[in-house]
Each structure stands twice: as C-alpha cells, then as structure tokens.
Design a protein around this ligand. Structure first.
Ligand code: AMP
Length: 417
C-alpha cells in the first residue's frame, strides 16, 4: 500500500470544513482591512530564499526542498511566503501604481523539518504583507486585525508576545555584546545554540531548550536606539488604544534574517512545544535587498495546521442537508430526481437516497445524515401529487404540493441556519 510521504498528510472531509471555515473567515476579515489576495508559484529560484531568508537560518541551511530541474536550474519549493510576495511586488513594479499595498496569500509551504507533533513538511500558511508603510500604527492595525480574526474563529486564551528587535544599528551593537557575554558560557548551551553562536547569535535568545539560561542573557529591548525606541513606544500605544493586550517578550526574535523592529508571535495553550500559531514583524530592508525600491514592509504568517488543531470542536461543522429524499418506486425516483434539481438550483442542500431500499432503512439513513427534513415520496404521494415533509428534530410533518416547489422551498428555508 502506498502511504503519504512522512510528515505530510491528507485532509479528509470532516476535517476540511474546519480549514475552509478558517480560510473564509480570514478572507472576510482581511478584506475589511483592505487586503487583497495574491497567488505566487509554489516554487521559485533557490537564490530568492537564500538572499532573503538568509543563508545562516535553519530554513536555508537545512530545511529547503531544493532540486535541479530539467533546464539545470536550481529551484526550491517555497518554505515561506514573504519572499515570493516581495519578489512579485518588485517584478510587477507595484510601488509605481500605489503608495501602499495590502496583500495576503494562502497556501502550502515546504520545509524539511524534524518530525514532531504540529510540525509538518508540507504545511499551510495564510500570510499578510503591508508594503510601503512604516508608521507604527500600521503595525498595531495588522496585529489588531489578526487578533480579531483569531477571536472570530472562536479561539480564546491565546497569548500575543511582542518585542522590538531594533534596526541594523542597534542590533549590530547588541549582537556584539551578546557574543562577548556568551563567550565563556556557550559550552553550557544546546548544540543548536553552539552552531548559532557563530552564524546567527540572536537566535540563541529564541532557544526553546535552555529557557532558564536564556532568561539571564541581556535583552535587546534595553539596547534599542532612540528611533527604534520611539517606534516601539508608538506601536504599544496604538495597541493599547485598540484594546489589544500583549505580553512583552524581550527574548522573542524571529527566525528569518530580514526582520527588524516590531516582532510578534501568538502562542496557544495545548499545543506542546510547537505552540506558536503565527509570527510576524517588520522587514523594512527586504524589498530593497531583493532589487526593489526602498519600501518598508510589515507582515505575519499563521500556520493553519496548528490552528485547526485548537479550533473549538463545533467550528466549521459541515452544514447539514436541508432535505433527505426518501423514495419508494421507480416513478417516484424519477420525480425525486427532478425535484432535487429544482431545489438545488434554488440554493438548497439535497440528499437523494442512494439505492432503492425499504422505507424504514431510508428513514434511518435520513436521521443519521443530520438532514433537517426527510421528504417522503412513495407511490401514494405521487398519485396525490404530494410530498410529505417530515421535520426530523421533532417528527412534525405536513404535505406539500409537488407542483409548487416554491412552497416547498419556503418551508425548508424557514428555520435554515
Ligand atoms: P514562520 O514562517 O516560521 O514564522 O512560521 C509561522 C507559523 O507557521 C508558525 O507559527 C506555525 O504556526 C506555522 N509553521 C511553521 N513551520 C511549520 C511546520 N513545519 N509545520 C506546521 N506549521 C508550521
């Protein structure tokens, strides 16, 4: 038997409705804030990710699905969505057409990660990018939007972690300090941190293994330059104004090279070690670094796989059918198919009993299906030009004229959710 590749999976009906519910809610809420969708290819030139995400990051150094195509080009399945979005922004000279751009994307990402609960090698993200705005209130507005979205899908008890990781000026000085502080201590940290010490020292602050040791390290928040300090104070003020609560987390750093200033993450209880459901921040230098104009950026990506795991049980449940047609006899079957067509075109959800079976077993199937009504159509009803509508919640029934589907639809639409 063939099985799906390790750390990838199928999403079957029953679960897919939860995904659709999240996607639809995101589309609805993001549109209220002026965001429009962009779709980029699943693969890009490898160089794009090397340049933007950074050679020293875990993603580029060990997690990319990179292959050579038949034209001898090095291509990579996208491990994240910001670089392709910015590539498209630059390629299509969007900055010439609009001062500020609000885009979102949704789709699969690919990383060769260690197998673990909540970690997949193909996983889905929805991400948002604002290009062309560096005002602190924009950072706050986007964070406010995502918190509103999370509440709208029924999640509570989430924690918003907020930090500023400074700009190149203050971060370079801080990194140098951190190097010095860590020099005599690094032997006590985990092996990943030992590697990060030389290549990406800031990431040590984000180590999930040595929490206690990390807590004793200096904080970048105490080392911000005055411009970054001012920016961060304004972001916090705007969040307070919007009634968004957060926890200051000075050791929160983002895994990718291109982030600066505001960094944030939302964690959820009940997810174990992989408890981040989204992360984002400001990346003012990235557009320029990818050959575009000097346009600032801010965004986040949220992981759908983890969100689906913590969604309330009843969220996005498939809508039950409006009517299950219980049919006895060939002539009634033909009439039922005709009726189903009319009702479906009228916007109703209809199940046709799949095989000729006894009335009793069809009624049982109707009950199991969760449909709101059973529509009973046997030879007697057919001869009388009627269909019996039985409300399955309480057994109440009434006869409706077959020749007037409108009145049938009226009854069915009456208490529809
Ligand atoms: P990142 O792009 O690393 O900032 O990740 C943003 C969000 O995507 C995370 O908070 C996770 O929810 C999700 N995510 C990242 N990597 C994975 C993965 N391998 N499997 C499932 N979800 C992931």
């Amino acid at each position: 038997m063939y099985r799906a590749v390790e750390a990838t999976r199928d999403i079957l009906p029953g679960e897919i409705e939860r995904w659709q519910f999240i996607e639809q809610t995101a589309r609805d809420i993001f549109a209220r804030y002026g965001f429009r969708e962009i779709r980029t290819p699943i693969f890009e030139f490898t160089d794009l990710f090397k340049r933007s995400v950074g050679e020293a990051t875990d993603i580029v150094s060990k997690e990319m699905y990179t292959f050579t195509d038949r034209g001898d080009r090095s291509l990579t399945l996208r491990p994240e969505g910001t670089a392709p979005t910015v590539r498209a922004y630059v390629q299509h000279s969007i900055h010439k057409a609009e001062e500020s751009t609000r885009w979102y994307y949704a789709g699969p990402m690919f990383r060769y990660e260690r197998k673990q609960k909540g970690r997949y090698r193909q996983f889905a993200q929805i991400g948002v990018e604002v290009l062309g705005a560096d005002e602190p209130h924009v950072d706050a507005e986007v964070i406010e939007m995502v918190m509103f979205f999370l509440a709208s899908v029924g999640l509570s008890g989430l924690v918003l972690h907020l930090n500023s990781i400074g700009c190149k000026t203050c971060r370079d000085a801080f990194q140098e300090d951190l190097h010095k502080t860590l020099a005599p201590l690094i032997g006590e940290f985990c092996s990943d941190c030992a590697r990060r010490y030389d290549r990406n020292v800031l990431r040590i602050l984000d180590c999930k293994v040595d929490r206690e040791r990390v807590a004793k390290l200096p904080s970048i928040l105490d080392n911000l330059c005055s411009a970054c300090e001012e920016h961060f104070t304004a972001v916090r003020g705007a969040l307070d104004d919007a009634g968004v609560s957060y926890v200051l987390t000075p050791h929160l750093v983002r895994g990718l090279d291109y982030y600066m200033r505001t960094a944030f993450e939302v964690t959820a209880p009940g997810l174990g070690a992989q408890n981040a459901i989204l992360g984002g921040g400001r990346y003012d230098g990235l557009v320029k670094q990818l050959g575009g104009p000097d346009v600032p950026g801010f965004g986040f990506a949220l992981g759908l796989d983890r969100l689906v795991m913590i969604l309330p049980e009843n969220a996005g449940l498939p809508a039950a059918a409006d009517i299950f047609l219980v049919v006895l006899g060939e002539a009634a079957g033909k009439e039922a198919r005709r009726l189903a067509l009319t009702l479906r075109h009228g916007g109703l959800r209809v199940v046709l009993s799949p095989a000729p079976r006894s009335m009793k077993s069809q009624m049982r199937a109707a009950g199991r299906s969760g449909a709101r009504y059973a529509g009973i159509l046997g030879e007697t009803e057919l001869a009388a030009g009627q269909i019996i509508l039985k409300r399955l919640s309480d057994g109440q029934q009434e006869a409706c004229a077959l020749g007037s589907p409108e009145s049938l639809m009226e009854v069915l639409a009456h208490d529809r959710s």
